[in-house]
Design a protein around this ligand. Sequence first.
Ligand code: FAD
Ligand code: SF4
Length: 509
Amino acid sequence: HRTIRLILGDQLNPQHRWFSEVNDATTYVFMEVRQETDYVLHHAQKILAIFAAMRDLAQQLRDAGHQVHYIAIDDTDNLQSVPTNIDALISQYQATVFEYQAPDEWRLDQQLYQHGRRANIPWVMVDSDHFYTNRNEVSDIFTGRKQWLMEFFYRQMRVTHHVLMEDKKKPLGGQWNYDHDNRKPWRGNPPEPQDTRTLHDHSDLWQTIVNAGVKSFGNPQARQLAWPLNRQEALQQLDAFIDNALPQFGDFQDAMSVKSWRLFHSLLSFALNVKMLNPREVVTKAEAAYHSGRASLAAAEGFIRQILGWREYVRGVYWANMPEYAEKNFFGHSRQLPSWFWDGKTRMNCLSVAITQSLDHAHGHHIQRLMVIGNFALLAGLDPAEVHRWYLGIYIDAFEWVELPNTIGMSQFADGGLLATKPYVSSAAYIDRMSDYCKGCYYDKKLRVGESACPFNALYWDFFQRNANSLAKNPRIGMAYRQLEKMDTATVAEFQKQAKIILENIDTL
Ligand code: FAD
Ligand code: SF4
């Protein structure tokens, strides 16, 4: 027996069952390939952090006595695609078995499956030992339902995994969800937690990536790369979050500020998505922080819901709906992204801050992604497939299984409401309530028409007006339509005219 085992760039879990014993007849393979750097234009930090973390795990495995074959991006015998490299390795090692962990992206899953069907040695897929649920569990729970309510799934998860429960049926505190407590703006107090992440100098690796011809965007921060690159650093980041930010997580979950780019968010999504951390240990630590009195129930529950609820749920939505899901376009939107999506240069302060920060840190927190950038994209009618590719590229944590349902479903309502009960859109009023962005803005948050009127306002009413046929019957958005009905036709016409001007000048807003 000679076995080759493939480890993909988002499968960096040193605790995987594979590694429990050392076997000289097994070779672990990592590969840095153009197939993966090029399927979408990625943020520089994303490519750098994944390669650096792959190299780190490869070294850990070697140190533990495992056989490792590492194909670097600039190796001359690198064939730059996953299946061709595997074929070459199988013949080089005279392998009799090939094994891989279940890929989380449909693209890779299909590629490996199709290639494996034609292979002449056994081609075996094993579990990645990461998620609470299997790929089909969410769709099994929702079979036959028109809408897939996250909350329904989340309560089942709480019960099944006995998380924050009083007894077998009753949630701790008598309530499943403390979301209404979690909507405070942040005015600078309490101060934001210190960023205690380890900084790495990976300028040599960055140079290698650039020299290999890989294209990217955003600031590489190669001398001060701040993302956790191995399990030990990820655990430190988790502990720092639990001690310093979790207590405030609930209160300021939806807040945004020019004074703090991360606020009280955990910055754990990269470590989780490349599987350096297991969701169970993150949930267990947050729950323990509540039991030991270090975090309130609202804070712990709000955080746990994101991981035990949303993260598992969107993965299930993804597997149940691929590949068609990527093409969904409920409103038939087709506008190209404005140029400032790539450099942050717009006079709209909220968008400028959120995009510039994303370019600098490869990170934006949830409300920036949803209620600033996504909100604008939906109101302006940007092509959801293009919006999806932008999100898939820019964020350090962007892997399609989690990015696509969040973008296509939650943020762009392009699935027609399978995932979200209503489109997440707002005028300037919401952004102003949750942030300090409007104060420094060229535009006036109160004005609805005119040269200096905030573009969100006219676009908001125009959006509801132009989509009345498909949305007016939705009971969750009745409010907007009742307000529209009260407006006289001249006012509505003015909004429409203003919206038209905005969209014609979208590149120079
Ligand atoms: P925290 O706010 O500290 O939350 C803790 C953890 O909960 C996160 O690390 C993440 O694992 C999980 N989580 C929170 N919200 C969600 C959610 N909606 N779906 C799934 N998991 C969630 N998240 C990604 O991991 N990858 C993506 O590519 C991604 N794309 C997004 C695109 C859009 C348009 C939107 C609206 C959201 C997207 N999210 C994505 C969800 C969320 O914004 C990020 O998980 C979060 O901002 C990561 O930062 P954090 O670790 O500090 O999160
Ligand atoms: Fe954004 Fe409008 Fe506020 Fe400016 S005024 S920051 S564009 S919401």
